[in-house]
Design a protein around this ligand. Structure first.
Ligand SMILES: C[S@@+](CC[C@H](N)C(=O)[O-])C[C@H]1O[C@@H](n2cnc3c(N)ncnc32)[C@H](O)[C@@H]1O
Length: 260
């Protein structure tokens, strides 16, 4: 269990991590470019001419993808350094308005504009928020009635801080087999802990595990239904590190969800 101070101070941790994360991710790392962005693209569909909110945008790399396809984008993050880096990376021909905002502040979120957005995206950030009700509740109101909300999270069943990656060498009738899996003892109970999203980041950040039912039930309470769902995984790579998800093509490290 983390102390209350850290739980309430997650944005300060992200502010201290923002420069390192931006230097590492740039316009997208493997995880983003091969798994998260393609699945989010598929669930979002056409974005040209639409007004889209990117919540918890980090360095804004996906906001720039959307804007380069003709969307008008509003993008916010809780860490001022992420927003500064995002602005530096954005060419003037892209229609993106960046702002610093707290995704757990319902009243502030509503100021972005009721019924304004055709779509809202929130990539790989819900598990970093101590509370997700305000974002779900506000997003329902920020969206036009026909709008969609596409979010992604670390897969709670296979990719949370308490999962252990297993690598086994098995002799089966004289044939040696390597097996790569994931084991867990915790899934249903919500908990908070510290974790590293990027290897060797300067300090860990707080993470808030919720089972899929915990995430979906909060979305349902906000008036959403789920109408799109992907569990992307990496194709098998023989040369990948034994602890990489590329050795576990049957195990999706993320889930990507569309709500309406
Ligand atoms: C794992 S990063 C993902 C960033 C980006 N969406 C991406 O896919 O690269 C999580 C992001 O959530 C942001 N964040 C954490 N707590 C926040 C809060 N309370 N309000 C707004 N943003 C927050 C962090 O600053 C960070 O940019």
């Amino acid at each position: 269990m983390m102390d209350d101070k850290l739980m309430n101070d997650t944005r300060s941790v992200w502010e201290r991590l923002a420069a390192f994360w931006d230097d590492s991710l740039k316009e997208g790392n493997d995880f983003q470019k091969r798994l998260i962005m393609p699945a989010t693209d598929r669930l979002l569909g056409v974005v040209q001419g639409q007004t889209i909110l990117d919540a918890c945008c980090g360095n804004g790399n996906y906001a720039r993808v959307l804007a380069s396809r003709g969307a008008t984008v509003v993008a916010f993050d809780g860490a001022p350094t992420f927003i500064e880096r995002a602005r530096q990376r954005t060419s003037p021909d892209l229609s993106i308005t960046y702002t610093v905002m707290d995704a757990t502040d319902h009243a502030a979120l509503l100021e972005l504009g009721i019924n304004r957005f055709d779509a809202v995206v929130c990539s790989m950030a819900l598990m970093d928020l101590p509370t997700i009700e305000p974002l779900f509740q506000a997003t329902r109101k920020l969206l036009k009635p026909t709008g969609r909300f596409v979010f992604s999270v670390c897969h709670p069943a296979f990719n949370s801080p308490r999962h252990i990656h297993t690598a086994e060498l098995i002799s089966d009738n004289g044939k040696t087999q390597q097996r790569f899996g994931v084991k867990t003892e915790y899934y249903l109970t919500e908990y908070e802990t510290l974790s590293e999203g990027l290897l060797h980041q300067p300090e860990p950040h707080p993470i808030f595990h919720r089972p899929i039912s915990g995430i979906f039930n909060r979305a349902f309470e906000a008036g959403f239904v789920v109408d799109g769902f992907e569990e992307p995984s990496f194709p098998y790579e023989k040369s990948a590190n034994a602890f990489s998800f590329a050795k576990r093509p049957e195990i999706p490290p993320a889930l990507v969800v569309r709500l309406r």
